[in-house]
Design a protein around this ligand. Structure first.
Ligand SMILES: Cc1ncc(COP(=O)(O)O)c(C=O)c1O
Length: 377
């Protein structure tokens, strides 16, 4: 049994509901970083082979989190934007090709595709507000569509999309299916194979409870060589440690996307954070997160003047709940909550609350009480 109070010894009075932005680390990640720092300061990299074992364990944990076929399908990247850029600037585009996205994507998953306009690539943006957003996305994929790129959990509204359905539709239409999973991985189970994903990209600092600066890039193995590489170095070579070898070729595995030395500090932290999620189990994480979302949703629904701008059905939500309060300007409401130590964000239609599976009932109740007091003002 994981001792969650020991793992998340938050500051007294803090109401941390901002996992959709940057999450707090669990104690074990902080400990891993402290140990790593102490080791660096005393013996440097003498035990580098042990660090490589941690890095390999991290790849295995990410493979399981995504249900990727092999750890060699996983590349460690700087962030989501970098992974998406590898795809956007790696594919061989023809003028007139189309990329389909939604009209509410976080800029990372819009700007990379719009940056292809100089090659004649057109971006088609689809609204997700209809009764059947998956049908609307697939209907927008026509004969010129090469790729559909979508956040599986929308960053502002929290809407969860049906990935297997989208993946199946893309396969039928011969469209590559690319998923920005940053608001999904670590909050809900994920299955890159069942969803027939061509590419999956995410950063570790949200629901995976890791530090900023270390993300995951999954590229289906048969597509790897279709991505032209734009970063070169020693680490991405097939014979990476054979430094004297004059001939070279990119690694057959996804390591080909990792040009140089790894972010070992980040690996230490993320590996520890993911070990916690694995000990709890992703189905249990999902169940507990759903309970907390239900709690917040019911509490907010009972507050006069509060309007929820997120889906209410369990199957359509992950960890994001967006709301507004009558009579309150968004920025003022955000500031009033901040002053009461409610850590949240201003996004999309209103204020975004994002608990995680370990958030206590006390934090949720105190937040709801504060919101109802503000509603009465
Ligand atoms: C859907 C989505 N994609 C990407 C990002 C961030 O991208 P990166 O990992 O490049 O910082 C965010 C951050 O809020 C996001 O919500």
């Amino acid at each position: 049994m994981v001792d969650l109070r020991a793992e998340f010894p938050h500051h007294e009075g803090l109401r941390y509901l901002n996992h959709a932005a940057v999450a707090p680390w669990p104690r074990r990640a902080a400990d891993a970083v402290s140990t790593f720092a102490a080791q660096n300061a005393s013996i440097g990299a003498r035990d580098y082979p042990d660090w490589l074992k941690v890095e390999q364990r991290l790849r295995e944990r990410l493979r399981r989190l995504l249900n990727a076929p092999a750890s060699g399908d996983i590349a460690l990247v700087k962030n989501t934007s970098e992974g998406l850029s590898f795809i956007a600037f790696g594919l061989d585009w023809r003028a007139g090709d189309q990329v389909v996205i939604s009209d509410a994507e976080f800029p990372s998953n819009r700007v990379v595709w719009q940056a292809l306009s100089r090659l004649g690539v057109e971006v088609v943006q689809v609204g997700l507000g209809g009764a059947d957003p998956e049908a609307d996305l697939l209907a927008a994929c026509g004969p010129r569509t090469r790729l559909l790129s979508i956040s599986s959990v929308q960053y502002a509204s929290g809407l969860v999309l049906d990935l297997p359905r989208l993946g199946e539709g893309c396969e039928r239409k011969g469209v590559l299916f690319c998923v920005d999973a940053i608001q999904h991985l670590g909050a809900l189970p994920f299955d890159a194979q069942a969803a027939r994903c061509a590419f999956v990209v995410a950063d570790g600092h949200k629901w995976m409870l890791g530090p900023e600066g270390l993300g995951v890039f999954y590229c289906r193995s048969d597509l790897r060589e279709r991505l032209t590489l734009h970063e070169y170095g020693w680490h991405m070579l097939e014979h990476a440690t054979d430094y004297l070898r004059p001939d070279w070729q990119p690694a057959r595995s996804a390591r080909r996307f990792e040009c140089g030395s790894p972010n070992m500090l980040g690996c230490m932290a993320l590996e520890a954070s993911l070990s916690l999620l694995e000990e709890v189990g992703m189905h249990e994480v999902q169940r507990q997160l759903n309970e907390r979302m239900e709690h917040l949703q019911q509490g907010l629904s009972a507050i006069p003047g509060a309007t929820i701008h997120s889906p209410r059905e369990a199957g359509r939500r992950a960890g994001i709940l967006n709301f507004t309060l009558d009579g309150w300007d968004q920025a003022q409401l955000f500031e009033a909550l901040r002053q009461q130590q409610v850590v949240c964000a201003q996004r999309g239609a209103g204020i975004r609350l994002s608990p995680h599976f370990y958030t206590t009932g006390q934090v949720l109740d105190e937040t709801l009480t504060l919101i109802s007091q503000l509603a009465g003002r």
